[in-house]
Structure formats: C-alpha cells, structure tokens
Design a protein around this ligand. Structure first.
Ligand SMILES: C[S@@+](CC[C@H](N)C(=O)[O-])C[C@H]1O[C@@H](n2cnc3c(N)ncnc32)[C@H](O)[C@@H]1O
Length: 182
C-alpha cells in the first residue's frame, strides 16, 4: 500500500469472512465466467475458485505486476491479465473467456479518478448482459464520501437493481458488500 497508495488503497488483504461474502450466492454455469477486477494477492480469488465450474470460467485483471506474478504462481490454472480494468471488455474478448455471469471488484472506487470510473462503467456496459451481477465491497467509512456517492449515481442508469448485501465487521477496516444487477 505504501508503494502504490492510490491503486492498492488497503492496509491488508480482504479477510476470509469478507471474501466469502463476496462469492456467496453466486451460481456460475459451465459456459459462463467470473471477471475479477483488482484481485490483489488473491484473497477473494480464493473464494471465487469454489464457485467456478472449471478454471476456464475465470479472468482476473490486475494492474500491479508484482501481484500478477504472485497470483499466477498461487493459481496456475486461472488466467490473470496484467493490465488496467479500463480495458476489461477488450481483454475478455481477446482471451476468449465465456460470457460474463458476474463481475467481482476489489477496486478502491472512492480513490479512483472520475475518468477511470467512467471507463470502467463503459466496460461493464459492454461486458454485462441483463440478469448478470456486479459485486464490490466498500469500506464502511468510505460509503458516504462524495466519490462513492458519485459512483453510485453514475452506475444507476446501467443497472436495474442495487442492494447492500451484507455488512462485514470481521475485516480491516469493516466493509459493506454491494450488488448491482443488470
Ligand atoms: C483494495 S486492493 C484489493 C485487493 C484484493 N481484491 C483484496 O480484496 O484483498 C485493490 C486492488 O486493485 C488493483 N487496481 C487498482 N486500480 C486498478 C486498475 N485500474 N486496473 C486493475 N487493477 C487495479 C490494485 O493494484 C489492488 O491490487
């Protein structure tokens, strides 16, 4: 975090409780996939693995090369692209990953520039069909920051439904799990 404070933006990887909550209730079919944005060191990836029908149903996009090296060693069957999530649609298409059922995000939304946020939403718009799910966590203390409110406003036209799924106190810091349905 000290080396890349604005992109990593976390004092510790997500706890197992938070990671489990991020994957909870999602069902992925044989010809569907999960795209993970900002997997970091793999705390949530570890739980996503359990809901995948096979390794081919996963694509992780992580900007930090050191994390990507670690992820590739830790999960040799899964595909990780060292790139920005602002290219998610193109990366998904280029890698031949099956159609998206869920996008799971560990991105620090409240610290990201508006331009990058708009690029991410434009990618979600192209990647996600009706009925698919975008799930992210947000630290409780950041929920009412202007950047977080702006993000929810920008997402609203693209998604039919938004809900706070759970509150996870066993995390540093405590977090909310939020789900948008397309
Ligand atoms: C808060 S950390 C979360 C890491 C992990 N998912 C977890 O929950 O422990 C945010 C992650 O998003 C990555 N990230 C930030 N901006 C990104 C971008 N534009 N494209 C891809 N990854 C990005 C960071 O490098 C970091 O690994």
């Amino acid at each position: 975090m000290l080396k890349s404070p604005t992109s990593v933006c976390a004092v510790a990887p997500s706890s197992r409780t938070l990671a489990r909550a991020m994957a909870k209730g999602l069902t992925i079919g044989d010809d569907e996939s999960v795209v993970e944005l900002g997997p970091g060191t793999g705390a949530i990836t570890d739980q996503i693995r359990h809901i995948l029908p096979h390794d081919g149903g996963y694509l992780g996009i992580e900007i930090e090369p050191r994390f990507v090296d670690l992820l590739r060693k830790r999960y040799p069957g899964l595909r990780f692209e060292q790139n920005t999530v602002a290219k998610a649609f193109q990366l998904h298409a280029n890698t031949g990953t099956p159609p998206v059922r869920a996008v799971i995000s560990g991105l620090p939304i409240s610290t990201m520039p508006v331009q990058v946020i708009d690029e991410i939403i434009a990618n979600l718009d192209r990647l996600m069909k009706p009925g698919t799910v975008f799930r992210m966590f947000q630290y409780i203390h950041a929920y009412y920051l202007p950047a977080s409110i702006q993000f929810r406003r920008r997402m609203a036209p693209f998604f039919s439904c938004y809900r706070v799924e759970s509150v996870v106190l066993k995390n540093l810091p405590p977090a909310l799990v939020i789900t948008w349905t397309r």
